[in-house]
Design a protein around this ligand. Sequence first.
Ligand code: FES
Ligand code: FES
Length: 159
Amino acid sequence: MQVTININGEQVSRDIEPRMLLVHFIRETPGLTGTHWGCDTSNCGACVVLMDGKPVKSCTTLAAMVEGHEVRTVESLEVDGKLDPIQQGFHEKHALHCGFCTPGMLMTARALLDENPDPTDHEIRTAISGAICRCTGYLNIVRAVQWAAEHEAATKQEV
Ligand code: FES
Ligand code: FES
C-alpha cells in the first residue's frame, strides 16, 4: 500500500506492507535514525515522536495509521545550527549519559512545554513517566526541562 506522511515538513511517500511500524518508516525511508527503536513493546519511550503535536510511541503505531498526518522527529529540533531550548537544557544540566533514551525524552519534553510552558516538577515527572532512562536517575532530566521552560519564558519576554 502507498503511504504518505509529512515528516518534519517534507512529504514522504513509500509503498509499504500494511504491518510496517512508524519507527521503521521514519528510520528507513527518509533515513532519520535519530528516533530510536528500543523495547518494541511500548515500554521504554525511546521511539517517541510527535504526531500532530502529540507524543506517540512509533514502535506501536502503524505507519498506515499516520497517512496524511504530520510527524515531528528529534531531527527537527535544531534549526540552522540553533538548538531547541530543550536540547540546550539537556546540555546545560547534563541530562544524558549514553543518550539512547534522549530522542524520546526530548520529544516528550517538547510536547509538554508546547502544551504547558510552566510545568511543575510533578507535571514534568508525569509527562516523562512513559520513558525509561537507565543512566541518569531522572533528576537532571527534570532540571533540564525546568531550565528549558525558564529559558523559553525569558526569551518570549524579550521579544
Ligand atoms: S521502542 Fe517504542 S516504547 Fe520502546
Ligand atoms: S541516558 Fe542512557 S538511557 Fe537515558
